[in-house]
Design a binder for this molecule. Structure first.
Ligand code: NDP
Ligand code: ZN
Length: 180
């Protein structure tokens, strides 16, 4: 019974798959983008023990507003205000420069809701694991290391959110920061 998928979660997977349909990840194989938000929700369920449906739906949708034509209004209309709030909290302000966005994310991590922190933890775990699987195209070792350290700084701002997820991040970080 723990494995029964809710209609809302299936709707989110379908919605995200349509929204990200033409996008690819930055790995050399240019994997389908949807693999990542699905993995984030999977990590929350199987490694974090997260069972809150709005958080899991938010995880599946977490990059739709930042990276596709999806608006927060559309997310609110289809998935409700709670999910919309999570997606809003984990979306960078794309009008800012890359440097400003990184600084803003670090600053916000300490102040966002518990649900948004769970999504952010899953996102960072998925992204560092992706880099371990294969460095993004064109990234030097130094850039990979810088990204790892920035993720760690964000995670450090969210300590006390979920011990399993924090430990999962720390494991990848400790085992692989020396690779770069
Ligand atoms: P980016 O923000 O450009 O790229 C990282 C983001 O790409 C992730 O957060 C993830 O976001 C997404 N992504 C897509 N595919 C992958 C994948 N296969 N693996 C991991 N992430 C993926 O990186 P940064 O700006 O953070 O750059 C990293 C560091 O490098 C920074 O410290 C920066 O200052 C430095 N830098 C160096 C440059 C150089 O040429 N040396 C140039 C620019 C920056 P999502 O979850 O939203 O998909
Ligand atoms: Zn993401």
């Amino acid at each position: 019974p723990d494995f029964v998928m809710s209609g809302a979660l299936l709707r989110a997977v379908y919605f995200a798959s349509q929204k990200h349909r033409d996008q690819r990840r930055k790995d050399p194989a240019a994997s389908p983008y949807i693999n990542h938000p699905v993995e984030v929700a999977y990590i929350l369920w199987f490694e974090g023990g997260v069972r809150d449906e709005a958080v899991l739906v938010g995880a599946v949708l977490h990059d739709t507003v930042e990276d596709t034509d999806t608006s927060l209004e559309e997310v609110a209309r289809v998935f409700g205000e709670t999910v919309c709030g999570y997606v809003d909290e984990v979306s960078d302000d794309t009008s800012l420069s890359r440097k400003e966005r990184k600084a803003a994310q670090l600053e916000h991590a300490a102040h966002i809701s518990q649900g948004a922190r769970l999504i952010k933890l899953g996102d960072k775990i998925s992204n560092v694991r992706d880099i371990v699987r294969a460095a993004p195209k064109g990234w030097s070792d130094a850039r990979c290391a810088e990204y790892f350290n920035w993720c760690k700084a964000v995670v450090d701002r969210m300590r006390g959110t979920n011990a399993h997820l924090e430990a999962a991040f720390d494991t990848v970080y400790q085992e692989h920061i020396g690779d770069f």
